[in-house]
Design a protein. Structure first.
Length: 341
């Protein structure tokens, strides 16, 4: 189904830039941002941001609401001009590609379609403008599951259907590089699983996939690498496994008929303990073996002792808690989880 319309050639290493020299040792770069900044009046939306995205992998682009993810994606595809720095795709700015739709496919705003047009007409117009064959329209409509509704005006589309159309647009030029901003918004569980499989398939073909999402559990299943930003600055760039390992504390879940005694004992040995609604205790700072030994030596009965599985969501919340732009509060006035779009 997929042809190869061209190849991405990484930009040459520029002498005198230590950041670029360091990145050069990591392999072929397809998307590369160097000291990228974007100002809107007095507000600095993206602040000296440098990162790379490699081919054959799904890279999750994560950050709290207002972190600058959408602005960065808009700069990658030339919709916004950087205030400082640069971002290149296959070694050059997006606007310098002769056939950009065949190089980069992007889903940034699924609703950016004239409501009176049908999905088929919208894609056909894009295909004609970019010199693509007419048959490609039918292929991508079938791929995203919209073939049967392709002649209907898109104003009647649900959010999930609009997302599928946006994905079809991104795939239309059979590009080497794909950018997806919240691609599973509005999709049902079956649609989310389909998108996950699509991302993995695209990466397996050697394509470069950059995807932003607030669904941490989905990113944990889909992404190979992560670029995490907060308040416009880079917080972390590594594999998913490395991110979780670096940012999740070791925790152990314990059930005991003597919780007060166990809490006191563990805190004496520099453990942190919190009580869960089901009556269990979650212990931080001590591993399962140490907790078990302390309980045994203290003569405290333990009914359950299991390590808590680390997750991308827990690691993300821990790392970005000081980078949240908007934060809700509980009814008692204490900070609660961040509000994310």
């Amino acid at each position: 189904m997929w042809s190869r319309r061209g190849s991405c050639v990484p930009s040459p290493t520029a002498a005198g830039d230590p950041r670029r020299s360091r990145l050069a040792g990591k392999g072929k770069r397809v998307i590369e941002a160097l000291h990228l900044s974007k100002r809107y009046g007095e507000r600095l939306a993206v602040d000296d941001l440098s990162f790379e995205v490699l081919p054959g992998r799904v890279t999750g682009f994560l950050g709290p609401n207002g972190a600058g993810k959408s602005t960065t994606m808009r700069m990658i595809v030339g919709l916004d001009a950087p205030s400082d720095g640069s971002v290149t795709v296959c070694g050059r700015p997006y606007t310098q590609h002769g056939s950009p739709l065949s190089t980069v496919g992007a889903l940034l705003d699924a609703r950016a379609v004239h409501g009176g047009r049908s999905a088929y007409d919208h894609l056909l117009s894009l295909a004609h403008t970019h010199g693509l064959r007419r048959g490609r329209v039918k292929e991508v409509l079938e791929l995203v599951g919209l073939a049967e509704v392709s002649r209907r005006p898109v104003r009647g589309f649900s959010l999930g259907m609009s997302q599928r159309l946006g994905i079809a647009v991104a795939l239309l030029g059979d590009p080497e590089v794909l950018l997806f901003d919240e691609p599973v918004n509005g999709l049902d569980p079956e649609g989310i699983v389909w998108v996950r499989g699509l991302m993995r398939e695209l990466a397996a073909q050697g394509r470069t996939v950059l995807v932003s999402s607030h669904l941490m559990s989905e990113m944990e299943h889909t992404a190979d690498d992560l670029v995490v930003i907060g308040r416009g600055r880079l917080i972390s760039s590594c594999t998913v496994e490395e991110f979780i390992e670096r940012n999740c504390r070791t925790e152990v879940r314990v059930t005991t008929p003597e919780p007060a005694r166990l809490v006191a004992l563990l805190e004496e040995h520099e453990g942190t303990v919190r009580s869960e609604p089901d009556g269990s205790l979650v212990v931080g700072g001590l591993d399962a073996v140490r907790v078990g030994d302390l309980a045994f030596d203290g003569g405290i009965r333990v009914h359950q002792l299991v390590p808590v599985q680390a997750s991308l969501e827990a690691a993300f919340m821990e790392l970005t808690r000081t980078s949240v732009e908007y934060q809700a509060r509980t009814s008692t006035g204490a900070p609660d989880a961040e509000v994310r779009s």
